[in-house]
Write a protein that binds this ligand. Structure first.
Ligand code: KG4
Ligand code: ZN
Length: 325
């Protein structure tokens, strides 16, 4: 079954066609990064206007590349939350219009569940139960996945999400936007020689990244950072250390067979490498382009929704603060 996926939750306008939840036929992304870079972050009103301009050409491009026509499709899957309300509205309304016009079943996908399903597009067979670390701009969630659609949230961030912390640290160091890739680039030139605090929150699977960010800010304010690359490497090391140590601990405690990684921060090479090195069990990580926002992951997740009869009507509404479990 071929599914059209649509993703417009933040600043990427994306459409994809995926077969049987695992095989990508097309994966198109129109990025707004260059536009928002001028403002140092995503401007919600600008984002929704850009989605309106880009969404139809992006869907056409994905369908031409696949190649598929409307009768080839088995359904439409669209992100309905969490995300920016105005941005989500563009994708959901286009998806509803397509479903109505072409008589296709519709399913709303939780963006975080979508990130998780990028793992079904990666190599390797997934054996439940698995543990997934979802690290994006808005979330740092440790999720126990018992089966398709059966999730337990073991831990989440109590303040800044991992990606948000990377973005703020890059701003503090004047490394530009988006912060994650900027920190990673600078870190490759530097040494993790500056000591920064790690919030372990012992006895809990929760995360906290505001302390390490503030510690970095205080050092910069005190004029104690002479080398930005070293500061970037030290910051990246502190965040990766906490993410990896706590993920491995949760995997041991819940006796899972595999660890999955997902979300924009999962494209960070140091995080990927450290998790693979320190995990006693198999680690599956989608390729970087499937970690950051895309519609292939939404189509993959949508396939499993349809398989289990999870469809939505044309009254599907956006839920900007949607949670996973
Ligand atoms: O999943 P995503 O594309 O969008 C959200 O759902 O939020 O994640 C975006 C976040 C941003 O905070 C960005 O700085 C971070 O992922 N990110 C990275 C890297 N690439 C993107 N963080 C660290 N290293 C990277 N290479
Ligand atoms: Zn995302």
């Amino acid at each position: 079954m071929k599914i059209l996926g649509i993703e417009t939750s933040c600043d990427e306008t994306a459409a994809a066609v995926v077969e049987d939840g695992t095989r990508i036929l097309a994966n198109e992304i129109a990025s707004q990064v260059a536009i928002h870079a001028r403002y140092g972050g995503v401007v919600p009103e600008v984002a929704s206007r850009q989605h309106t301009l880009a969404i139809i050409p992006v869907i056409e491009r994905a369908m031409n590349r696949a190649p598929v026509t409307w009768p080839d499709l088995g359904g439409v899957a669209v992100t309905f939350g969490p995300g920016l309300a105005g941005s989500l509205l563009v994708g959901t309304n286009v998806a509803k219009a397509i479903a109505l016009a072409h008589n296709l079943p519709l399913t709303g996908v939780n963006h975080l569940e979508g990130h998780l399903y990028a793992n079904w597009l990666a190599n390797g067979t997934i054996v439940f139960p698995v543990l997934c670390l979802i690290v994006s701009g808005g979330h740092s969630d440790l999720v126990l996945v018992k089966d398709h659609g059966d999730y337990a949230l073991l831990g989440h961030t109590r303040d800044d999400a991992a990606g948000e912390a990377f973005d703020k640290a890059a701003r503090i160091l004047g490394l530009g936007y988006p912060g994650g890739p900027a920190i990673e680039r600078a870190a490759t030139q530097g040494e993790a020689s500056i000591e920064l605090p790690r919030a372990w929150l012992k006895g809990s699977h929760d995360f906290s990244f505001s302390g390490v960010k503030t510690a970095l800010l205080r050092l910069v304010e005190a004029g104690k950072v002479s080398n930005k690359d070293d500061a970037a490497a030290s910051f990246q090391e502190a965040v990766v250390d906490v993410l990896v140590t706590k993920t491995v601990a949760a995997a041991r405690e819940h006796r899972v067979q595999q660890i999955l990684l997902a979300g924009g921060v999962a494209s960070n090479r140091r995080l990927r490498q450290s998790l693979e090195q320190n995990s006693p069990i198999t680690v599956l990580i989608p390729e970087p382009v499937l970690c950051t926002d895309n519609a292939a992951m939404i189509a993959a997740c949508g396939y499993f929704h349809f398989k289990t009869g999870k469809t939505d009507g044309l009254d599907l509404d956006v839920v900007p603060s949607l949670r996973l479990a």
